[in-house]
Ligand binder design. Structure first.
Ligand code: 5GP
Length: 190
């Protein structure tokens, strides 16, 4: 018998969280990932309601004031938040709910829901991280610099997470994450 859990996946932008989470969703049938709200502009190829709900500053502010967000944070100049209602209802239905959010958000979630499992995805090195950010080819130098600065702040908090995954071999990192999620779902590990 599986029961509902909340998994928070953090790590610097470019560490490969998105790819890991996409693979987790394919391999764990009762896993579901929350779609965040952001004031950031869509990147090429990003779809409203799939990658994010894209909102104006005023719309975001209304959500904050109406207590519609489980957590929210400002990251590299934009605001990001997790809509509360669907997270709560999916957990109540016994699903493995995944949030892909930054470290500030992760610790807000831990405050509100101490049973949440915090997973940190590390890039193999800062140099590899910078290469991946550049390789994306969608962001200017100022954005890359601001994301590298944010990455250093995030890496400084990795020891506060319950689990750390180094994303140098994607298949191994996926296998570790899938194993951890399934163990929690089955209640095998504290
Ligand atoms: P990006 O702009 O690269 O999509 O995301 C930037 C950072 O914001 C990433 O670390 C991402 O995980 C984080 N993020 C995305 N959605 C949320 C959210 O709802 N809340 C918080 N706190 N961070 C988020």
């Amino acid at each position: 018998m599986r029961h509902g859990n909340l998994f928070v996946i953090s790590g610097p932008s470019g560490a490969g969280k998105g790819t890991l989470v996409a693979r987790l969703l394919r391999e764990v049938p009762d896993a579901w990932v929350s779609v965040s709200v952001t004031t950031r502009a869509p990147r090429d190829g990003e779809v409203e309601g799939v990658h994010y709900h894209f909102a104006s500053d005023a719309e975001f502010q209304r959500l904050v004031e109406g207590d519609g967000l489980l957590e929210w944070a400002t990251y590299a100049g934009n605001r990001y938040g997790t809509p509360r209602a669907e997270v709560e209802s999916r957990m109540a239905r016994g699903m493995q709910v995944v949030l892909e959010i930054d470290v500030q958000g992760a610790f807000q979630v831990r405050e509100k829901m101490p049973q949440a499992h915090l997973v940190f995805v590390e890039p193999p090195s800062l140099a590899v991280l910078e290469e991946r950010l550049r390789g994306r080819g969608t962001e200017g130098e100022d954005v890359i610099a601001s994301r590298m600065a944010a990455a250093r702040v995030e890496l400084a908090r990795k020891m506060e997470y319950d689990v750390r995954l180094v994303n140098d071999n994607l298949d191994e990192a996926v296998a570790e994450l899938v194993r951890f999620v399934n163990e929690q779902a089955e209640g095998l590990r504290g």
